[in-house]
Each structure stands twice: as structure tokens, then as C-alpha cells.
Design a protein around this ligand. Structure first.
Ligand code: AMP
Length: 120
């Protein structure tokens, strides 16, 4: 099993470590999903790799399967929570112009209301 990277200063690494509580929706060896503390839709989940990857720019080709699993788990949660048919949105924000505020890769899963496009 590849070694997991953790940053003690990182909020989401601290959630992975159990130091900060989260409302968990899914967990396995590689990934964790939990509800966003400031939800922008009736369902707003964050799906993260347990290993610390700061931004999408920092992900490597060797992590392609891990990144793909973020989407697979997002879909599983959308199905489980009953939003698959109506629809949902997945988003990864990267760096300042992308609106990233927590520097540990996370996939947003938003569902339960009609989402506008283009995003603001
Ligand atoms: P982003 O702006 O794409 O980096 O998204 C970061 C998200 O993390 C925001 O939607 C925040 O509301 C959310 N967030 C920040 N702190 C926590 C926390 N302790 N638990 C759950 N979600 C959080």
C-alpha cells in the first residue's frame, strides 16, 4: 500500500485523522466523504483523498485512479441520497481564481436544487 501523506496544518488532514469532527457519508482506506459545514445545496458533500494533495495541479498521473474514485464515490452518494435522477453537480476548485479555500483536493457534490450555469 502506498504511504499516505499527511500535513498536520491541513484542515482536511485533521478531519482524516479524527482531530476535527465531520458528518461522514462514506469512508474507505483511500477516501473520505463528509457534509460541507456551509452547505450550498440540500446535499453538499466533499469527497477527499486521505492522502494530502494540495491542489489539482499537484496531482500526478500515478494518482489518476485515485482521482477517478472521487467521482465514483460522489455518484454512489448521489444515488444513495436519492438525487441521481433529478441530477447533481461535481466540482473541484483549483487555486485562487478557481475559488479554492482549503488546500487539500476535494470534490464538491451538490444536489437538491436547480443549480445555475455559468457559476459565479
Ligand atoms: P473550496 O472553496 O473549494 O476550497 O471548498 C472548501 C469547502 O470546505 C467550503 O465549501 C467550506 O464550507 C468547507 N469546509 C471548511 N471547513 C470545513 C469543515 N470543518 N467541515 C466541513 N466542510 C468544511
Amino acid at each position: 500500500m502506498p504511504q499516505r501523506v499527511s500535513d498536520p496544518e491541513c484542515l482536511f488532514c485533521r478531519i482524516v485523522a479524527g482531530e476535527i469532527p465531520a458528518d461522514k457519508l462514506y469512508e474507505d482506506d483511500e477516501l473520505l466523504a463528509f457534509r460541507d459545514v456551509n452547505p450550498q445545496a440540500p446535499l453538499h458533500a466533499l469527497i477527499i483523498p486521505k492522502t494530502h494533495i494540495a491542489t489539482l495541479n499537484d496531482a500526478t498521473a500515478g494518482q489518476a485512479a485515485l482521482l477517478g474514485r472521487l467521482l465514483v464515490v460522489a455518484t454512489e452518494i448521489a444515488v444513495e441520497q436519492g438525487f441521481a435522477e433529478a441530477g447533481y453537480r461535481t466540482v473541484i476548485n483549483c487555486n485562487g481564481d478557481g475559488g479554492q479555500s482549503v488546500y487539500h483536493i476535494h470534490l464538491h457534490l451538490l444536489a437538491g436544487r436547480r443549480l445555475a450555469w455559468p457559476p459565479g
